[in-house]
Ligand binder design. Structure first.
Ligand code: GLA
Length: 391
């Protein structure tokens, strides 16, 4: 099935649910924040390396208004939220802060409310809807966090500092969702730029926009529709292994390490930790090389680096899974495909494929024919970061 951005549908849905749930109230603001696809630079952000994501036309929308009762009343339309979908709690205060708990979907939102950078917040009524697939490796959680932050900016403006906004959302994810993520997802959801991928230096947080407007090129996302539950402990473990490697190499982070440094220290490193570091060091280099290739429209080179990235994630970092490997193999097994790789944290979710526009239909058909599961496809374009919509 071809899924496309259906922003109008999302808006209608949130408006209808709002009117039904909160009779007598008029929405005063509606905002959207995108998910992202990472073209290359995986598991490098928390090693102070480079990433090359683009914001997607898939978004989370929050629509609502202030209230005077000191209560936050929030509803999600997420079809997968089998936990209660409507939640009410008092506006947090210093003596009565929010804490994570159940329902799980609300933790992202509660974290953002807790770490919002202005206040005191008023009560509010809001409905949240998203077309970013949940747990698909396209940053559904960052889009929820950034959408909620953007909504709060409408009812209680902060100083508008975008970097602090991304950092507050990352803190919410760390503390309330228990996921020690890097900065990539929240950063791109805030800063995304239409028609551009962003090369982000996760140490200096400097951004280099790379144009991606060639009509002969398509960024195809394929959702494997598998979600492995391993991720909970695997991600923090990888992060620790990287820190361990950096420590043995006497570097502040793996960003500062070269392949020569790594080889020289091989005897002092646990073999698994060695492989993890090899992925990160090589991936940081691949990412800057890929950004250069994309700027010169050298798609062959870019695609080659994508495949190397996938193989390194599969073999050295061990965050792929058979379904993602199958999708990459199927994508690459035909004409007009430059490169393909898993994207996001791994263990399921999506692949990203760079393909000639003329070959995209055939590529989709081939993947459908060869994949043992049922895949979902998204043909995407680099889109803008979080923004306010017209009511
Ligand atoms: C998740 C995290 C990001 C990043 C990727 C892997 O999406 O949220 O910070 O580490 O995994 O590249």
């Amino acid at each position: 099935m071809m899924a496309e951005c259906a922003l109008t549908g999302l808006l209608q849905e949130t408006l209808q649910v709002f009117t039904r749930t909160f009779p007598g109230y008029e929405p005063s603001a509606v905002v959207a924040a995108p998910g992202r696809v990472n073209l290359i630079g995986e598991h490098t952000d928390y090693n102070q390396g480079f990433v090359l994501p683009m914001a997607l036309p898939l978004v989370t929308v929050v629509l609502g208004c202030q209230s005077t009762d000191g209560i936050i009343s929030l509803l999600t339309t997420a079809k997968e939220a089998d936990e209660p979908k409507h939640l009410e709690f008092p506006v947090p205060t210093e003596s009565n802060p929010l804490s994570p708990g159940l329902p799980r979907w609300a933790n992202y939102v509660k974290g953002v409310i807790q770490y919002y950078r202005a206040g005191p917040l008023p009560g509010f009524k809001a409905v949240m809807a998203s077309n970013v697939p949940i747990g698909g490796g396209l940053s559904s959680s960052a889009s929820v966090e950034v959408a909620m932050y953007t909504f709060l900016q409408q009812i209680c403006p902060d100083d508008g500092n975008l970097l602090e906004k991304a950092l507050a959302c990352q803190k919410a994810e760390h503390t309330f969702a228990g996921m020690p993520c890097g900065i990539m997802d929240q950063f791109i959801s805030v800063m995304g730029k239409k028609d551009h991928a962003l090369l982000i230096d996760c140490r200096s947080l400097e951004v280099t926009p790379v144009p991606l407007t060639d009509p002969s090129l398509v960024v195809l996302i394929t959702n494997s529709n598998v979600r492995h539950t391993l991720t909970g402990s695997e991600y923090p473990t990888r992060r620790k292994q990287c820190m361990e490697a950096a420590k043995v190499l006497k570097k502040e982070s793996l960003r500062d390490a070269s392949m020569m440094d790594l080889k020289a220290a091989e005897a002092h490193l646990d073999p698994e930790v060695y492989c993890r570091a090899r992925h990160v060091i090589s991936e940081i280099k691949r990412t800057t090389d890929a950004a250069k290739a994309l700027s010169c429209r050298d798609y062959q080179e870019f695609g080659k680096l994508m495949v190397q990235s996938h193989n390194s994630l599969r073999d050295d970092y061990e965050v792929s899974c058979p379904e993602l490997d199958e999708l990459v193999t199927a994508a690459m097994d035909g004409e007009g495909v430059y490169g393909s790789r898993m994207t996001g944290g791994g263990f399921g979710g999506c692949t990203v494929t760079l393909v000639d526009a003329a070959a995209v239909e055939k590529t989709i058909q081939r993947i459908k024919d060869k994949y043992s599961g049922t895949a979902t496809f998204y043909i995407t374009k680099p889109s803008k970061g979080a923004h306010v919509l017209k009511l």
